[in-house]
Design a protein around this ligand. Structure first.
Ligand SMILES: O=C(CO)[C@@H](O)[C@H](O)COP(=O)(O)O
Ligand SMILES: [Co+2]
Length: 218
């Protein structure tokens, strides 16, 4: 059980005509990180925003920016997102052939590399990369949209990743993204999640600070 979970509200669920209001809501609720979902309309069937949004957010907050690239061939954009202020920069295993090289370049360029997997990718497919990452993002919905229900099998994947991490003496964080809410958070924490991303449930909550305390089990 992880008693010091990091909560990372996803700006994707904010009102895009009032992003500053969304950021205030995240800061006022005492979130630890801000999750930023970048979608290219190719890797996923939706388009969100690009590096300018990260840069403008960086100018307004000192919270760590956890940038989740749902983009094919993300190597085309790594330098730009790091220059824009990404702290963690996460790419999908499924989005490029030479993902190891992309992870190396994220670290060389000064950000913390993350690796994400979609629900149909097994945790064992990440094993050759775990020594080189700071974050493993396990998607518990098919990427592209907020507001979907968590696929329960994802909880077992978190436990598998936590077991491999402990067996190998590694320290990457395990992040869970998709369908996280009060009902699903406890099982995810018990399975070994360190970071809980939450979009729609956070922005729909009448008391966001209490909601985040509930997510982190405090
Ligand atoms: O990466 C994604 C979706 O592709 C997520 O980060 C969503 O933004 C999470 O939204 P909820 O499932 O919490 O509504
Ligand atoms: Co995400």
């Amino acid at each position: 059980m992880n008693n010091s979970v990091i909560t990372a509200p996803s700006i994707l669920a904010a009102d895009f005509a009032d992003v500053a209001g969304g950021l205030r809501r995240i800061e006022d609720a005492c979130a630890q990180w801000i999750h930023m979902d970048v979608m290219d309309g190719d890797f996923v069937p939706n388009i969100s925003f690009g590096p300018k949004m990260v840069q403008d957010t960086r100018a307004r907050t000192s919270l760590p920016l956890d940038v989740h690239l749902m983009v094919n061939q993300p190597e085309r954009y790594i330098a730009e997102f790091i220059a824009a202020g990404a702290d963690y920069l996460t790419v999908h295993l499924e989005s490029t052939v030479h993902v190891h090289r992309v992870i190396q370049s994220i670290r060389q360029d000064g950000a913390r590399p993350g690796l994400a997997i979609v629900p149909s990718t097994p945790v064992r497919a990440t094993e050759e990369l775990l020594d080189d990452i700071d974050l493993l993002l396990i998607m518990t919905v098919n990427p592209g949209f907020g507001g979907q229900a968590l696929i329960p099998r994802g909880i077992e994947k978190v436990a598998q990743a936590a077991q491999i991490r402990s067996d190998r003496g590694l320290s990457f964080k395990i992040s869970v993204d998709g369908g996280v809410n009060r009902e699903t958070a406890r099982a995810l924490r018990e399975a070994g999640a360190d970071v809980l991303v939450s979009g729609s449930a956070f922005f729909n909550s009448p008391d966001p600070a209490q909601y985040l305390r509930d997510l982190s089990g405090r």
